[in-house]
Design a protein around this ligand. Structure first.
Ligand code: SF4
Length: 275
């Protein structure tokens, strides 16, 4: 099997069961309605977050234009009033400038309206996704600063759902569907650990933690990006790279029938546990 870049979502699959990850590499697709629902919900969320960033960019541009237009109006009106007050000869010019100023006021009203509509959309999207005032980025090339996260050193790449910009650090956030567990699942911790590693490698600043959100209505789980998690991510990456190089085989890593019953690759799995 050729050596290939490992993605953070593959690490999640590997954390769930190494064999599930390996079956996927061999082309055995995941089945089940929950898989499709998860993909659809992720797409919907990705589109909404993209819209939010587009709207915020539009809003910034409209604000800048509005400030320029208002400054022009103020300058025009000031000059017009000065002419009207002190010059007897240029009264017509004063009136013309005043009329132009009024015309620009209509233009300013249009930009103000656009800004209000845009602000309303932004507030709604931020409310829907409980984002508060956090400064976010999505790793899809929309913002110039955020590339897809990659690490040649670790043979790893990935795209968290979004990143929170907190001063110099970028905190990766992964959104999961389903009910919020008391503690995040091992496979999800491994995935967010991979994103933390990628954030650190890409931006050169170690994030203090990553976030896992089980639905937007719930408080996120914060997963500390410490030496323990870094060690775990490295260990699993080494195993995965060894499997890709043919030095190791992938096998089931558990004895839980329920886990196999819930596994989306159970149909094509030779090591599936049965009741
Ligand atoms: S069916 Fe069980 S052993 Fe097979 S991939 Fe899924 S979890 Fe692993």
């Amino acid at each position: 099997m050729p050596k290939q870049i490992i993605s953070a979502s593959e690490m999640e699959r590997y954390g769930y069961c190494p064999l599930s990850w390996h079956l996927d590499l061999k082309g055995i697709d995941a089945e089940g309605t929950e898989v499709n629902t998860g993909v659809e919900k992720h797409k919907e969320m990705g589109d909404s977050l993209k819209n939010l960033l587009v709207e915020e960019e539009k809003s910034r541009e409209t604000s800048t234009t509005l400030i320029t237009v208002v400054s022009m109006i103020m300058a025009l009106v000031t000059v017009a009033l000065i002419i009207l007050l002190i010059s007897n000869d240029d009264i017509n010019l004063g009136f013309i400038l005043l009329i132009i100023g009024i015309g620009w006021m209509l233009v300013a009203s249009f930009f103000l309206y656009r800004l209000l509509v845009s602000t309303e959309k932004i507030d709604k999207l931020r409310d829907d996704y409980k984002l508060g005032e956090t400064d976010i980025e999505t790793p899809d090339g929309l913002t110039r600063e955020t590339p897809v996260l990659k690490s040649a050193k670790f043979n790893l790449a990935g795209r968290p759902d979004y990143l929170i910009k907190d001063k110099e650090q970028r905190i990766p956030v992964e959104v999961k569907t389903g009910r919020r567990p008391k503690a995040p699942f091992f496979s999800h911790v491994l995935q967010i650990g991979a994103y933390c590693l990628l954030s650190e490698e890409t931006f050169g600043v170690k994030p203090s933690h990553g976030q896992i959100r089980y639905g937007f209505e719930n408080e996120p789980h914060e997963v500390k990006w410490d030496s323990d998690l870094k060690g775990l991510v490295n260990e699993k990456l080494e195993e995965m790279n060894d499997i890709l190089k043919g030095k190791m085989e992938a096998h089931r890593n558990h004895k839980r029938v329920g886990k196999c019953n819930n596994c989306s690759r159970r149909k094509g799995c030779p090591e599936r546990l049965k009741n």
